[in-house]
Write a protein that binds this ligand. Structure first.
Ligand code: KIV
Ligand code: ZN
Length: 527
């Protein structure tokens, strides 16, 4: 895929390289299960993303497995695995990518003085040698190799040019220019790309890529400046998640290019109507809420509150809207069905919302929909999405929620009587706590003893009104392994119990997968 047909500077096609599953997952607390990664990868593929960076195979057995499994579900996108410059990293990445129709190794090495001196403790000439040997090794294993000079924006220009030239000569087909610490500003970042095009004699042999972090809130602006100066691949993440302040947000890059074709005459292959769904999925899986006023996907991004704006919108929506909500996949949350709706209508609604469920999952979701319609007068699309996401997340869990009865109120002690199905056996207990949530979680701990501590407890109302479903996220930590679970119900405490149980199930899977000795070999790509 490298070369002039896709990603060449003469073409106006910009490749979208999504790193939600790699750089995004490096955000503290954003760890995802294999199933969640596969769900996201499939959606990114449907969306038309060109490259999916699926993980860092040497980092852990879990990362290795995720990259390998992503290669199985992805139909069109190139699947990419990250590797440091060492031979073992590169070989592990190649092994994980073996089943890929189109696989890419992305190898990187720091080139800035501060990184070379303090992090690598290597002299520049040693770094240059390692660039050549790592890219050569990767290229002997796959024909699609990306090379990144980590901390490129704080690298001496002469040295950067030498490294880039050497990497291309050794076989790199994409050269990525990371603003690792989010330090650059648009004019400077654009000039850096222009400088490389001007000074590196073989630069046309590779696609130039941007990779901008958002520490100064400039990741998207910097990436677009890179494109204006000849970059033809943009690395980004859904909702902009990533290390520290995150990466350039995919939805902002794609919509800026689409809406401002007049100023930026470039195209992507993205089906923008999938954006809202991808944003919801990533927010739900990571339990990272999207800020209300976030561009493109924030809850208020298309809301018009003031009278003057509403009046203008009623006359002509172009008065205050530069793109339609529908263009990013936001449809008006419509009243769906009531308790008399049948299976057929429910299945059709799921299809419209983008879900294809197997027979069992469909039956379980339908039963829960009927229960919900009994409790809640109006059932909206968002209710169905919360309910189905909750059901899908449950999959083949070993511990299942059965029932909960809570005594709450101002005269304690608060008490929870909980029933769980633990690997096929019904168990129940009554526990107390300081508050009904504490009592509920204590009851779970009594039925399934564990040492995990609670890192996050978050409640969010799916729709408006006091009969709205609560969507609860719970993040647990056990010996450095974290897992996030979700639960939805009109009863906040039931949703809390479901979310806790879901997180606990994920921790059990992680416990099994990470046998002793199979722990993370390195903590993060940039260490
Ligand atoms: O930010 C960074 O420098 C990275 C590299 C691994 C490309 O994520
Ligand atoms: Zn990064």
């Amino acid at each position: 895929m490298a070369g002039k047909d896709t990603g060449s500077t003469e073409s106006n096609r910009v490749l979208i390289f999504d790193t939600t599953l790699r750089d995004g997952e490096q955000s503290p607390g954003a760890s995802m299960t294999l199933d969640e990664k596969l769900q996201i990868a499939e959606l990114l593929d449907d969306m038309g993303v060109d490259v999916i960076e699926a993980g860092f195979p040497i980092a852990s057995n879990g990362d290795f497995e995720s990259v390998r499994e992503v290669t199985r579900v992805v139909k069109n996108a190139v699947v990419c695995g990250l590797a440091r410059a060492g031979a073992k990293d590169i070989e592990r990445a190649a092994e994980a990518l073996r089943g890929a129709k189109r696989g890419r190794i992305h190898t990187f090495l720091s080139t800035s003085p501060v990184h070379m001196k303090h992090k690598l403790q290597m002299e520049p000439e040693q770094v240059l040698e390692a660039v050549v040997s790592s890219v050569t090794h990767a290229r002997n294993l796959v024909d699609n190799v990306e090379w990144s000079p980590e901390d490129a924006t704080r690298t001496d220009h002469d040295f950067l040019c030498r490294c880039v030239e050497a990497a291309i000569k050794a076989g790199a087909t994409t050269i990525n220019i990371p603003d690792t610490v989010g330090y650059s500003v648009p004019a400077e970042y654009g000039a850096l790309i222009a400088m490389l095009r001007e000074r590196v004699p073989n630069i046309d042999g590779a696609v130039i890529s941007t990779h901008c972090h958002n520490d100064l809130g400039l990741a998207v602006a910097n990436s677009l400046a890179g494109v204006a100066n000849g970059a033809r691949q943009v690395e980004c993440t859904v909702n902009g998640i990533g290390e520290r302040a995150g990466n350039a947000a995919l939805e902002e890059i794609v919509m800026a290019l689409k809406v401002r074709q007049d100023a930026m005459p470039y195209e992507t292959g993205i089906d923008t109507t999938v954006i809202a769904r991808a944003s919801r999925l990533v927010a739900a899986v990571t339990a990272f809420p999207v800020q209300y006023n976030k561009a493109i996907v924030g809850q208020n991004a298309f809301a018009h509150e003031s009278g003057i704006h509403q009046d203008g919108m009623l006359k002509n929506n172009q008065t205050y809207e530069i793109m339609t909500p529908e263009s990013v996949g936001i449809t008006k949350s419509s009243l769906v069905m009531g308790k008399h709706s049948g299976r057929h209508a429910f299945r059709e609604k799921l299809r419209e919302l983008g879900y294809e469920l197997g027979q069992n999952a469909m039956e379980d979701a339908f039963t829960r929909f009927k229960d919900l319609a009994d409790k809640k007068k109006l059932v909206f699309d968002d209710d169905i999405v919360a309910l189905v996401d909750d059901e899908v997340a449950r999959g083949s869990e070993k511990i299942r929620f059965v029932s909960l009865r809570v005594i709450a109120g101002s005269t304690g002690p608060q008490e929870a009587t909980l029933e769980l199905d633990v690997e096929g056996a019904r168990k129940s207990v009554t526990a107390t706590g300081s508050g009904p949530v504490d009592a509920t979680f204590n009851a779970i701990k009594e039925l399934v003893p564990h040492d995990a501590s609670l890192l996050l407890y978050q409640v969010h109302a799916v729709t408006e009104g006091t009969d709205a479903q609560a969507e609860v996220s719970v993040r647990l930590d056990e010996a450095g392994r974290t897992a996030t679970g979700r639960g939805a119900d009109t009863d906040t405490l039931v949703a809390s119990a479901r979310a806790y149980v879901s997180a606990l199930n994920k921790l059990l899977v992680k416990r099994q997968r990470h046998a002793p000795g199979a722990e993370r070999a390195v903590s993060a790509a940039s260490e």
